[in-house]
Design a protein around this ligand. Structure first.
Ligand code: HGY
Ligand code: MN
Ligand code: MN
Ligand code: MN
Length: 428
């Protein structure tokens, strides 16, 4: 065990909380929307500046830095047995529109600080330690969640999709990647795939994005499983026309079809019989979006999740049936019903759960086992490596909104649990 039983060394785990808070605040300034909100979208100018900032902090932590073809960034602390599979930690720094400054960031800046904590304590890693900043965990620009980690996990489907994927300005993924200095060669993307056994373990530190830890006054969440996410894109097409001249019986209103489907999503989720099923319509666009023109096209994007994969898949089937019946009833065309991703849940590795538990005990921190209802890069790293996640409390569970907040004391606790966990796993 890296620190002697007298607990003396764990007292030597000192987090530079002031500097970590400063870094969190500085990173938040690289945003396309005004403070306190943060918007930082894949490969935009603010994302590129933020990437440079992270690489610099990795350098200051003595990590050797490299990037892959889509801009996953790796900072490595070589261990004294460098041929053994390394232990990794990391998260993301991209931020959906008008969100907060802690989602993902705590797991990147906090992981780098965990390296500093271990260095300051005199720890020497046996297995190398690697900090990863994943490209585009959020689906904002290309509609695909966990793009970087999904690719690292070897998704052939994603590899194919990225050849043709464009954003809503019709810029292709490849051109956007090139503009940020990545994906120089066409067939570069396959090089992102990780070989099996690339990592002995992967541990992610993240804010809970839920209210439980704060409500129960518990310092650390030890994640046992990550819920199964899915997203669907739907387009309806109707005749449109003049809002005054076309009488109601002659209309096929694509906008009302979308509205009815959104309410059907809510109904099917409620009917699942479990509080663990969720469904959201976060995007609903009407065309031509004029007050006196009947919507001739509508586009909606549905996010539905559950910790039970079968139950979630049943909801998706019912949503599809509703889309077809609404289109028929309203005389509109269901032009697209495209399931973008329908991912299985992921289970944390038992030995990593044990390591996180003993680290929390060692630090006298209250902790509890819990599931993650949000998805994370860990969901995909679990496909290629044993995985674990550490949660810290966040204010009223707020996330994906500017009021997102975590106390630096809670963040520092998470960093110490991560440092001790990485140390244990590195010495295995
Ligand atoms: O949506 C999610 O679950 C993650 O926070 N991107
Ligand atoms: Mn998020
Ligand atoms: Mn996140
Ligand atoms: Mn007119």
């Amino acid at each position: 065990y890296p620190f002697d039983e007298t607990h003396s060394n764990t007292q030597s785990l000192s987090v530079d909380a002031e500097n970590l808070q400063k870094q969190i605040d500085e990173l938040a300034t690289f945003s396309d929307t005004p403070a306190p909100s943060v918007t930082r979208v894949l490969y935009t100018e603010k994302d590129v500046i933020a990437r440079r900032y992270i690489k610099n902090i990795m350098g200051l932590a003595g990590l050797s830095v490299r990037e892959d073809a889509v801009g996953n960034i790796f900072g490595r602390w070589e261990g004294y047995e460098p041929d053994l599979a390394p232990v990794a930690s990391g998260s993301h720094i991209d931020a959906i529109p008008y969100s907060g400054k802690y989602d993902g960031v705590v797991g990147v800046l906090g992981a780098i600080e965990a390296i500093n904590v271990l260095r300051r304590s005199g720890f020497k890693p046996k297995r190398s330690l690697e900090i990863i900043m994943f490209t585009s965990e959020e689906p904002t620009r290309f509609g695909i969640s966990c793009l970087g980690s999904r690719l690292m996990a070897g998704s052939e489907m994603l590899l194919k999709a990225l050849e043709t994927t464009v954003d809503n300005q019709n810029i292709s993924f490849i051109d956007a990647a090139r503009s940020a200095g990545y994906a120089q060669e066409e067939n570069d993307l396959r090089s992102v795939f990780l070989k099996k056994g690339s990592y002995a373990a992967f541990v992610e530190l993240h804010i809970e994005q839920g209210p439980l830890l704060e409500e129960e006054g518990i310092s650390v969440g030890i994640v046992t499983a990550i819920a199964a996410p899915a997203s669907i894109k739907v387009d309806f097409k109707g005749g449109g026309g003049h809002a005054g001249a076309v009488l109601m019986p002659h209309r096929n209103d694509a906008g009302l079809a979308a509205a009815e489907l959104a309410l059907a999503v809510e109904k099917h989720v409620f009917d699942s019989g479990s509080i663990d099923t969720v469904g959201t319509v976060g995007i609903l666009d009407l065309h031509p979006r004029a007050i006196n023109s009947i919507p001739s096209k509508s586009h909606l994007e549905i996010d539905t999740r559950d910790i039970d994969e079968e139950r979630r898949n049943k909801v998706i089937e019912k949503i599809h049936e509703s889309a077809v019946s609404i289109a028929k009833k309203r005389g509109v065309r269901l032009a697209e019903f495209n399931i973008i991703n329908q991912d299985p849940p992921a289970l944390s590795d038992v030995s990593i759960i044990e390591a996180m538990k003993s680290a929390s005990k060692e630090l006298n921190l209250t902790h509890k086992l819990m599931i993650s209802r949000a998805y994370h890069d860990s969901l995909f790293m679990a496909r290629v490596s044993p995985m674990g996640m550490i949660f810290i409390p966040c204010f009223k569970g707020y996330s994906h909104r500017p009021e997102e907040f975590s106390l630096i004391e809670d963040i520092s606790n998470g960093v110490k649990v991560l440092a001790l966990t990485l140390a244990q796993l590195s010495l295995k």
